[in-house]
Design a protein around this ligand. Structure first.
Ligand code: CA
Length: 361
């Protein structure tokens, strides 16, 4: 509480000065402005030995300690009534003996009268704890970037690396290497982050269909191969999916999304546009009232969306969707490269620039 004593002295000096300069006047006693930090850490990738998570905020005046609550997939914490200004935030993950096994630290700005979300990510591979702070509607514009150049790392600030299922391989791609899916059991899982649920965003990637047929989905009328999907299957639980269909080439290009307000889905489908053994650049632009589908830098389809999208906490799957319950398995036999998510709805020239030049970061 040394800091508090100093604060009181400073306050007294300030008041004295104010009285001197403004006398005779009335001194307004506004309460000191405060803010809130909200913390969320996805613990699904955390090693077993992580038993507790704690944090503290420190500045020259004070230290505020807080504990996370671990429930299901997330460790969460909220700290209220923090004096505004810059603080050094440290978050530690502890084992059963209370020993710090992961630690991360960054500077945060506590803004007045608002809740500032702080995303945290544990990286068991290099033992780091990554902290990403967002202020209100501001966030890094590049919210996911997977170059797939011999690794599954997310090169955006979120470093939300993809997980391999089935043993994907790396092959020559559109830019450097790409990831290859065997159409049987290969797929990637990108763990959910709340930032993926932005109302306005752009999802873009290159794809290449290896063979001349779409794998049959037993029991399903429409055979499709999933390339990028957020959801457990193609039901109303789905947020969005990019997939190709029709049994023989040229294949259809599809962007499907769910609009919960109408309990229905909207399908953007361009017939007979995808040839096998050819690279294509697909981009979906999500706006508050519209969804647009681009192919090779040109807008080919758009649809009005009357309301919010179906935000949920399923991971983004790349290269297929695995069966959950009775849902069908729809695996992609092909390659995917340069998957990006931007935190805004890109316009035509920007999509074209991504198509020609790729992302710069
Ligand atoms: Ca690449």
């Amino acid at each position: 509480m040394k800091g508090m004593a100093l604060f009181v002295i400073l306050l007294a000096v300030t008041l004295f000065t104010a009285c001197q300069t403004n006398s005779p006047g009335i001194i307004e006693q506004n309460p000191a402005p405060q803010g809130t930090l909200n913390f969320k850490l996805d613990v699904r990738q955390a090693p077993q030995e992580v038993q507790a998570i704690e944090g503290y905020l420190a500045n020259e005046q004070d230290t505020i300690r807080f504990q996370f609550t671990i429930a299901d997939s997330y460790a969460v914490a909220e700290v209220n009534d923090i004096p505004i200004g810059y603080w050094t935030l440290t978050v530690n993950a502890l084992d059963a003996d209370g020993k710090v096994i992961y630690s991360g630290s960054t500077e945060v700005y506590v803004a007045p009268g608002m809740i500032t979300p702080v995303y945290l990510q544990l990286n068991p591979v290099n033992g780091s704890l990554r902290i990403i702070v967002t202020w209100g509607d501001t966030h890094p514009d590049l919210i996911a970037y997977f170059p797939f150049d011999g690794h599954l790392n997310d090169r955006s600030a979120f470093q939300n690396n993809a997980l391999d299922h089935g043993g994907v391989t790396f092959v020559p791609g559109k830019l450097g290497q790409a990831v290859n899916f065997d159409g049987i059991d290969d797929y990637l899982e990108i763990p959910h982050l709340d930032i993926y649920n932005l109302e306005e965003k752009t999802i873009a990637f290159w794809f290449y269909k290896n063979n001349d047929s779409i794998r049959e989905t037993p029991g399903e009328a429409a055979d499709v191969e999933m390339m990028v999907i957020k959801g457990p299957n193609t039901s109303l639980e789905l947020d969005f999916s990019f997939h190709i269909g029709t049994p023989t080439p040229p294949f259809n290009m599809n962007l499907l999304f769910t609009v919960p307000a109408i309990s229905n889905q909207i399908l953007l489908r361009e017939f007979d546009v995808i040839q096998p053994q050819t690279w294509y650049f697909a981009a979906g632009v999500f706006k508050k009232n519209k969804v647009e589908l681009y192919l090779n830098g040109e807008k080919i389809l758009e649809a009005d969306s009357v309301a919010n999208f179906n935000h949920q906490q399923y991971p983004i799957l790349v290269g297929g969707v695995v069966p959950i319950g009775n849902a069908a398995n729809r695996m992609f036999n092909g390659k995917i490269d340069e998957l990006i998510i931007l935190g805004h709805a890109a316009d035509g020239p920007e999509i074209y620039d991504l198509y020609v030049n790729g992302v710069s970061y």
